[in-house]
Structures are given as C-alpha cells and as structure tokens.
Design a protein around this ligand. Sequence first.
Ligand SMILES: *[C@@H]1O[C@H](CO)[C@@H](O)[C@H](O)[C@H]1NC(C)=O
Ligand SMILES: *[C@@H]1O[C@H](CO)[C@@H](O)[C@H](O)[C@H]1NC(C)=O
Length: 227
Amino acid sequence: MKTPPNMFMLLSLTLFFLSSIYFSKSNASDDFFCNADDKAALLKIRDHFGGPNGRLDDWDNNTECCDWNFVGCGRPYPGRVTGVTIGRGWGLSGTLPAEFGDLPYLSMLSLAEMPKVTGPIPNSFSKLKRLENLDLGSNSLSGPIPEFLGKLKRLQEVDLSNNKLSGAIPASLDNLQSLSQFNVSFNQLCGAIPTGLSKFAKSSFEHNKCLCDAPLAPCKGGLASTK
Ligand SMILES: *[C@@H]1O[C@H](CO)[C@@H](O)[C@H](O)[C@H]1NC(C)=O
Ligand SMILES: *[C@@H]1O[C@H](CO)[C@@H](O)[C@H](O)[C@H]1NC(C)=O
C-alpha cells in the first residue's frame, strides 16, 4: 500500500519535534540547567549585595543561573557553578557573604577593585576544596589571611593585594604545592614570610607593615617570632 504524502509529512514533523525536545533537554543538562543548591546560594549572595534591584540584578530566580552575568558553570560538573567572576570595579559594597562557601564546585572566585567591600575573609571559604584561583585584590578586606587557605590544595593563583589585611602570613601556605601566583602586597602584614613563598617576587610582598625574610630583607631579632 502506498503511504499518502501527508503521512510522511506528519511522521517527519513528529520526528523533528521529538529530536528538538531531546536536544534542548540534553543541551540544558550540560550547559544551562542550574543546580538548585548553587542557585539558592547565589540568590543569597545577590540579596546580600543589594537584592534583586541591586548590582547583581540579572541574577533572576526565573532564569538559569548558568546564564547569569559573572557566573560560569562547567564540565565536568554539568549545572554546577565553577566560576564566579564579578566584573572588576563592579561597585559592590558590604562584607563577603559566607554563602560563597556553599558553592562546592567553585574553582574560580574573583571579586576585585571594590573599595567598599570590607571585613574578613569568611571561614566558610574553607569549604571551597576545588578553588584554584582566588582574586580578592584591591578591596578593603581586613583581618588575617586565614590559616585554612593552606588546606585548599588546588590553589594556583591567590591575589589579596591592596587590602587592609593584618597579622602574619600563615605558615600553612607552605603546603600549597600548586601555587604559581601569589600577591599580598599593599596590606598591613607583619612577620616572617613562610619559606615556601620565598620564590615569589618582592613586589608580591612589598608595602606592608613589617614583613621580612626572603624575598624581602632578613627579619631582625624578635621579628621572626612575631607569629
Ligand atoms: C526561587 O524559586 C523557587 C521555585 O519557584 C522558590 O522555591 C524559591 O523560594 C525562590 N527563591 C527566592 C530566593 O526567591
Ligand atoms: C602585586 O600587586 C601589586 C598591586 O596590586 C602590583 O603592583 C604588583 O606588580 C604585583 N606583583 C606581582 C608579582 O604580581
């Protein structure tokens, strides 16, 4: 029996629709579908920085967070947020929200050149076990460089320069085998530079209160024991 031409059309239209549904679904789960926990954390961060009409106003609950400005999701973790790179000088103000620590797949966090971003580096950042690049340069952060940074073994690049950080550089940072860039210049740090960091340039340490030892000048007398 001869199939009428309109049956062919129906069949191919059906196939076309089925395949487009299939492809949009697989595409969504790879690139655009946003993990609900990650989205909830990002919305709390948005609300911390001024709410839905604030500086992060395109972080809209009705859209997929992987499409938001400054947010990256990536393989091999479909739908998980792997990068938050806020535009330099984007003008956020306030403390760093603890909820950044609730993005367990984060490998890149950049929030820099915002003089109204103040306060300490939150303890919750100790949960960011996949963090490779931390750029918090040229804000107004205060308090110590946290000891736990030494436990974030994947760290490769750390820029904390040009803030108001004080205290010593924790000796735990000696443990960071993958560290290839490090900058804590222009802070109020004091004490001996851990030997594992002596390979970095002077300009990574200059303009602090009283940092000493290589690559800067040797610590004098009791300074080295100022932990
Ligand atoms: C986002 O939308 C979900 C689902 O509609 C809802 O359960 C959740 O409370 C919303 N979150 C915020 C912060 O508005
Ligand atoms: C460290 O940062 C300061 C100021 O942000 C900059 O002037 C200096 O060149 C940087 N040094 C390195 C080694 O990146």
